[in-house]
Design a protein around this ligand. Structure first.
Ligand code: COA
Ligand code: AMP
Length: 633
């Protein structure tokens, strides 16, 4: 019998132990868990402490053993190459088992880390699932990050192997990966013994150019042709499946650790109850495997559910036009489509009347989900009107791995309110508190916090750093996880997420640290001090803008400084930061103890009522900045 959202949410809150043990029953366990929550190390919780399973087995073997080996698991659609390729569950399983054998042959065992730096090609799925198969811990790094960011991740995760390709294809250029890997390895203190390279035609660099150092560079296909397939290895539910780095407020990225059992349950449960995707359905998630959305809903979620997943190598616009998504839905008869609001804005800008929709049959589509940033009411209205299916905003973070708030379409489609990702998902007890941790009335904005324990599938800790995990997320409001977002719950219990409370910004759905950009700017010889804040951008949601005070005597024009700083950010963080705006200012607003008032600057730039702390050193600095921060003011 199906339950309503209200009944399901109540059941998850009243008896989480029972609720999540029941949810675990639909997976294949090597040892069934008898307990759901382990609170013995609270505030750090673990899920299914006595259970054992293998996530790759649940994503592949389970479906093949059930006689569904010939159904489609993966559709690779490359708009940049103009090719499509289908993999059945049996075929994908073969590839994964063989690549697991490759990893084994390179000395990778349970618990060893494998860094994956791949574009949107099937090898990404294969490498991730092969790691899971032998209990190795993968860490996928997004291809748009620069070698320095890659080096930071190599040093933190200390991988035994890097799996990569000769390059990725952007609409306007080919991005060579091998020089970036070599550069990153040069910059990192940790030595990586082995690099495995998937060859793609049309790239200048080949692995053979890098032979001769103390790292072995191998060809994927050569190793695979000699490898023995490997069976799935049962691991403890608490065994780490992957590390995914995300930006925090400082320059050093945080390695979010995902467990195996809790995550598998969360994927299985959310596919059915949130996304309404079932065996045999097709899901298209147009994100990147380097982001959390890609991990959960391009790779693990759809495969655990026994659905087909579309792996799209291309962009929403320009490959070749703003009809790319509609073509994908038509070609692959997509049931559920997931993208970022910025992608919809890009399509709308290029094709405001969605004329390109007319050339495609999108009748298979049941719902469109969006996440990664706030879905503005304007874009929401446009998508609803043009697509004629429910458009569902869902709010979550790399840390949580799956939605905190959503319209639970699989359970029931609730009334939608523009600007709101609807209601807390079962398992997440969401509250709004003021700076002292006291609850605020409905309708009033405050810090969004979640009562511990978080549900299964959420971050287990930060890689090798329980202390940073507790300090960053669990200390500010004891008993709660601090999301870093602010917002409010309305009288009907609908959540509205309004923005970050810290220095994290979101550029075209990419989460970036302004602190990391400030570090880069600060290294320029003419820069005395600086602040980077996110300013509103019509297309990308936010874009970074640097406010710089020059060293006395420094002679450089704003234009030249901007050019140099933009290229430094590109080199040190990566092109995705899209840093191209700099203002030279006389002074930055500070407290008497020297802290830059970034929050006040952000509030002014966002056109909000701004607060100036009484400890400000010189209030006139703010007055001078207002015309620069808010040019139309
Ligand atoms: N490898 C190498 N470079 C990459 C890259 C990758 N995987 N992804 C992006 N870049 C580069 C781009 O080539 C571009 O470089 P350029 O400055 O030389 O042109 C730069 O990073 C910025 O790229 P992008 O963020 O894609 O911006 P854009 O202006 O080219 O395109 C959008 C705008 C809106 C179409 C695009 O940002 C987009 O598709 N966003 C959706 C993002 C998304 O799905 N996020 C996941 C959240 S769930
Ligand atoms: P990431 O970890 O990259 O997924 O980024 C998470 C952050 O993106 C969140 O903390 C929010 O600030 C923002 N975000 C993601 N999805 C939404 C959404 N649906 N509505 C509002 N903000 C969102």
């Amino acid at each position: 019998m199906s339950s309503t959202y209200a009944e399901t949410y109540a059941a998850s809150s009243l008896d989480p132990e029972r609720f999540w043990l029941d949810a675990a029953a639909s997976l294949a366990w090597d040892k069934e868990p008898t307990r759901a929550i382990d609170d013995s190390r609270a505030p750090i919780y673990a899920w299914y402490p006595d259970g054992m399973l293998n996530v790759s087995f649940n994503a592949l073997d389970r479906h093949v053993l059930a006689g569904r080996g010939e159904t489609t698991a993966l559709v690779y659609d490359s708009a940049v190459l103009g090719i499509q390729r289908r993999f059945s569950y049996s075929e994908l399983l073969d590839r994964v088992a063989t690549f697991a054998g490759v990893l084994r042959s390179q000395g990778v065992g349970q618990g060893d880390r494998v860094l994956i730096y791949l574009p949107m090609i099937p090898q990404a799925h294969i490498a991730m699932l092969a790691c899971a198969r032998i209990g190795a811990v993968h860490s996928v790094v997004f291809g748009g990050f620069a070698p320095k960011e890659l080096a930071a991740r190599i040093d933190d995760a200390t991988p035994k192997v890097i799996v990569t390709a000769t390059g990725g294809i952007e609409p306007t250029r080919r991005v060579e990966y091998l020089p970036a890997i070599a550069d990153a390895m040069e910059q990192s203190a940790h030595h990586v013994p082995t690099v495995i390279v998937a060859h793609r035609d049309g790239f200048a660099h080949e692995r053979s150019q890098y032979a001769g150092g103390d790292t072995d560079w191998h060809d994927w296909d050569e190793l695979a042709s000699a490898a023995q397939p490997v069976d799935a290895v049962p691991v403890a539910s608490t065994h780490p499946l992957y590390i995914l780095y995300t930006s925090g407020t400082t320059g050093s990225p945080k390695g979010v650790v995902r467990d195996s059992g809790g995550y598998a349950v969360a994927m299985d449960w959310s596919m059915r109850n949130i996304y309404g995707v079932r065996q045999g359905d097709t899901m298209l998630t147009a994100s990147d495997v380097g982001w959390v959305v890609g991990h959960s809903y391009i790779v693990y979620g759809p495969l655990i559910a026994g659905a087909a997943t579309v792996l799209y190598e291309g962009k929403p616009v320009g490959t070749p036009d703003a009809g790319a998504f509609w073509r994908l839905i038509d070609d692959h008869k997509v049931d559920v489509f997931f993208t970022a609001p910025t992608a919809l804005r890009a399509i709308r800008k290029a094709d405001p009347d969605a004329k390109l929709l007319g050339g495609h049959d999108t009748g298979s589509l049941k719902a469109l989900f969006v996440a990664g940033e706030r879905l503005d009411p304007d874009t929401y209205g446009w998508a609803c009107e043009k697509l004629g299916v429910p458009v569902v905003d869902n709010w979550w973070q790399t840390e949580t791995g799956w939605p905190i708030a959503s319209n639970p379409v699989g359970l029931e489609l609730l009334e939608r309110k523009a600007g709101s990702p609807t209601v807390p998902v079962p398992g997440y007890r969401v509250e709004i508190v003021d700076g002292f941790g006291s609850g605020v009335p409905a309708g009033e904005e405050g810090n969004i916090v979640i009562k511990l324990p978080l549900p299964p599938g959420t971050l287990a800790t930060l890689w090798g750093n329980d202390e940073r995990f507790i300090d960053t997320y669990l200390s500010q409001f004891p008993g709660y996880y601090t999301t870093g977002d602010s917002g409010y719950l309305d009288a009907d219990g609908y959540l509205f997420v309004m923005g970050r409370t810290d220095d994290v910004i979101n550029v075209a759905g990419h989460r970036l640290s302004t602190g990391a950009m400030e570090q880069v700017l600060g290294a320029h010889q003419a820069v005395a001090e600086c602040a980077v804040i996110g300013v509103a951008d019509e297309l990308k949601g936010q874009r970074p803008c640097g406010y710089v005070v020059l060293k006395s005597g420094a002679e450089i024009t704003e234009e030249a400084l901007c050019r140099e700083l933009a290229s430094m950010v590109r080199e040190h963080i990566g092109p995705v930061a899209d840093f191209r705006e700099v203002r030279i200012v006389e002074a930055l607003p500070k407290t008497r103890s020297g802290k830059i008032l970034r929050k006040t600057m952000r509030q002014i730039a966002d056109g909000k009522a701004y607060s100036v702390p009484s400890t400000i050193e010189d209030p006139s600095v703010i007055d001078a900045l207002i015309p620069l921060l808010r040019p139309t003011a």
